[in-house]
Design a protein around this ligand. Sequence first.
Ligand code: ADP
Ligand code: MG
Length: 322
Amino acid sequence: MEFDLIELIRRHTAQPRDDMRLGIGDDAALLAVPAGQELAVAIDTLVEGVHFPRGTEAADIGWKALAVNLSDLAAMGASPAWALLALTLPEADSAFVEGFIEGFAKLAQPHRLALVGGDTTRGPLCISVAVHGFVPPGRALTRAGARIGDAVLVTGTLGDAAAGLQALQQPARVDDQRAGLREFLIERLNRPTPRLAAGTALRGQASACIDISDGLLADLAHICTASGVGAEIEAALLPRSSALLHLHDETTALHFALSGGDDYELCFTVPANRLAEVQADLGRLGCGVTKIGRIVEGHGVRVRGSDGAWLTTDRSGWEHFA
Ligand code: ADP
Ligand code: MG
């Protein structure tokens, strides 16, 4: 692509790092994994109209393209170091790239993440970001370690991003008194906060961990499958924002919390004897954390309603009160 745009990207994302020998500008970047660290690598693609609505601000797309990747590193307990960016653009639109890279850099900077290279092509708007992070050998959090009796926890609140998407699709009246609540939910959709500090704090503490990209039920089911266990969660314990609860009735708010995607909170399991310590550790980081259930024998995720009756669920969502 045009030199100007690559130069623009390079300037906005410059980040001095000792482990980066050569960044943007050559045929490949040269990187040195620090001694005593394992490399954690992940890639995620955002396609316009699929992963973000048409009309999303360029800066929001830039933030989110990096955030969803950093969330994968957080779920592994890894610390971010480097990223690659593959941009497919309908045209060489410098205003778009400027906005995009501003959002990207705003999230990259506090984490000292260096953009070390990428690719730029013409086509329907699509963004792939690959991230590289470090984790001490053997200390990464996987989906596979949950044991019967472990507590199931989540960070933050659930269902906000799904409610934010619905808010975008049903534009508010101008006089809407609740515009601030809608804005909060839309912000949760567009600017998810990857839980990196929580992820590293969970090293050696959590028995299994995943980030919630597809909804709590679907993602907790991945932990259950990988660990060969089942999970029981309590609807009444699910952490939900006051914005979600103000704007939606209980049935809808519960549906969003169980099945809504894009929250990028962590769902993890902890042996019972470590529960208090983990809650205190995450609390000190200013990260909300809630115990929502426990790991049991069997397979799949069951949800108990606030009246004590089981809700019928399937892998992708829940249907109705049993
Ligand atoms: P090549 O043809 O050798 O692959 P390019 O012209 O695609 O080189 O890229 C030139 C340099 O700019 C490379 O170092 C590449 O990593 C970097 N680059 C290209 N596009 C991007 C992008 N979207 N983000 C970051 N770096 C990029
Ligand atoms: Mg080349």
